[in-house]
Design a protein around this ligand. Structure first.
Ligand code: FAD
Length: 475
């Protein structure tokens, strides 16, 4: 070995989670080593959140230009130059990249090593001829696309999130296997650019979301022309010159769909391979590295965070949240406990679909006695002005009014959900949401309206009805 390093913290993986740990540790003046074998910024910057949201933003422009006649605004022709869409997506990545760059982290005082890390034993990681003996290690190695063993799939060129953002020409017919958030977002984007899109899903599309709210998103996709095939098994894939044939089966009947491109979006597999976890006494299984409530692995010197940690939400802000917990625990010895109930998630389709806290189904599964409050976007003046009346808010409270969950489907749902995440994290009662002053006209008013319903639903005497009417006008 040519060099031995002895930092306080050694982080493996320079994606969302790892960079957050390294930046915070360095800010507290702690000696930190960060190891990244591929691109700084990881999945989110290079092949995940950033390119997908940039692509969706371009697709939204295309849809707006085609669908603005109700506002009295019409475009003569709408042309999509997909090579320029690709340049836009890559341009957004390039603009954000310096924040995650080696140069920035070196400037923060982090020793950045570019190479593949693996454990030598329970106290040491090696990268080439450098060995690192740290007080604490943080595994933040992320995930890769989980590719199902479908006969024929590996015999030809299928796309994943790692390759689809490299396309410079628009697919004529994109077949998507998998209708989770990634598959559904990309399906809407490509459809809006003009591709024919077929989505095949073995289970219910958007199965992790509230079915009532997910149905509104799926309905919109179908209206836009995405062919949604839920409850079908993909039994075989054949590649022919210039195209792909996907054979699906439902109720014993087989059907073959012909497309030009195939996207596999069937979930994520935690990156555990190549780390030599056994040598460090770190337990892992198919869902990732086994962690306790403090995100510690079976080796108490080692934490695992983000997509690599088993049983956690695979989201950038979850990885950032984990990073904060690790910093508090490792540097300040504070007791921490990961709480997935306060981590929201959003599917960035139009309409957006946002979830925070418990869904109705989860609350019922836990045996909580609940009240459900709803308010539709079409009863909101701003939504009418914007002609974005599709969707509603659904708030879940305990019978005493304590807010425990919210689902929003509609315009800006991803922005609107934050107030509810705060309410849940702070243990607020629904009364708090009735007493705040919300600017008019904003979509945020739907939350206050739903909250007022907690006190008014079921009250029917004339004077109460007058108070309700008053509250709805001035509340
Ligand atoms: C298409 C798509 C869209 C998404 N959209 C969103 C979204 O809108 N919002 C959201 O919150 N999340 C989104 N996600 C999820 C998000 O990208 C991930 O949850 C997040 O990137 C996880 O961060 P991480 O730090 O755990 O891993 P990553 O960001 O994947 O980083 C892991 C890093 O570790 C490195 N590494 C692995 N093994 C080693 C090793 N042995 N040595 C050295 N380096 C190693 C890898 O090269 C990688 O850079 C999306 C994902 C995809 C695929």
């Amino acid at each position: 070995m040519t060099e031995t390093l002895t930092p306080d913290i050694c982080v493996i993986g320079g994606g969302s989670g790892g960079l957050s740990v390294a930046a915070a540790a360095a800010a507290f003046g702690v000696a930190t080593v960060l190891i990244e074998e591929h691109k700084m910024g990881g999945d989110c910057l290079n092949t995940g959140c950033v390119p997908s949201k940039a692509l969706l933003a371009a697709a939204k422009r295309a849809a707006l230009m085609q669908n603005s006649s109700a506002f009295g605004v019409t475009a003569q022709t709408v042309a999509v130059d997909f090579a320029k869409v690709h340049a836009h997506v890559q341009g957004v990545i390039a603009t954000i990249a310096p924040v995650d760059s080696v140069e920035r982290f070196v400037g923060l005082g982090v020793r950045v090593i570019q190479g593949h890390a693996e454990f030598k034993d329970g106290r040491m990681v090696v990268v080439g001829d450098i060995e690192i003996r740290a007080r604490r290690f943080v595994i933040a190695t992320g995930s890769t696309p989980a590719v199902p063993p479908i006969p024929g799939l590996d015999q030809g060129p299928y796309l994943t999130n790692e390759t689809i953002f490299n396309l410079t020409a628009l697919p004529k017919h994109l077949i998507v296997i998998g209708a989770g958030p990634i598959g559904v977002e990309l399906a809407q984007a490509f459809r809006r650019f003009g591709s024919e899109v077929t989505v095949c899903e073995a289970a219910q599309p958007l199965a992790k979301d509230d079915p009532e709210c997910a149905a509104i998103v799926l309905d919109q996709l179908e209206r836009e022309g995405v062919a949604m095939r839920g409850g079908v098994n993909v039994v075989r894939v054949d590649y022919a010159s210039g195209g792909v044939k996907v054979t699906i089966e439902a109720s014993g009947e087989q059907e073959t769909i012909e497309g030009t491109h195939l996207l596999v979006a069937t979930g994520r597999k935690a990156t555990t391979g190549g780390l030599n976890l056994e040598a460090a006494g770190i337990a892992y299984d198919r869902s990732g590295i086994v962690v306790n409530q403090q995100l510690k692995t079976a080796n108490k010197r080692v934490y695992a965070i983000g997509d690599a940690a088993a049983g956690q939400l695979q989201l950038t802000h979850a990885a950032n949240y984990h990073a904060g917990l690790v910093i508090r625990n490792a540097l300040f010895r504070q007791p921490v406990r990961v709480n997935n109930d306060v981590i929201p998630w959003v599917t960035y389709t139009e309409p957006e679909l946002a979830q925070t806290g418990l869904s109705e189904a989860e609350a019922r599964k836990r045996g909580v006695k609940i009240r459900i409050l709803r308010w539709p976007f079409h009863d909101n003046d701003r939504a009418q002005a914007e002609r974005e009346t599709h969707g509603h808010i659904k708030v879940i409270t305990k019978t005493n009014g304590k807010i425990i969950g919210a689902t929003i489907v509609g315009a800006q749902a991803g922005e609107l959900i934050t107030a509810w995440t705060l309410a849940i994290a702070q243990g607020l009662n629904i009364r708090a949401m009735t007493s705040i002053v919300v600017p008019y006209p904003t979509l945020s008013e739907i939350g206050k309206r739903a909250a007022i319903d907690f006190f008014t639903a079921g009250l029917t005497t004339p004077w109460v009805r007058r108070i309700i009417a008053w509250l709805r006008i001035f509340g």
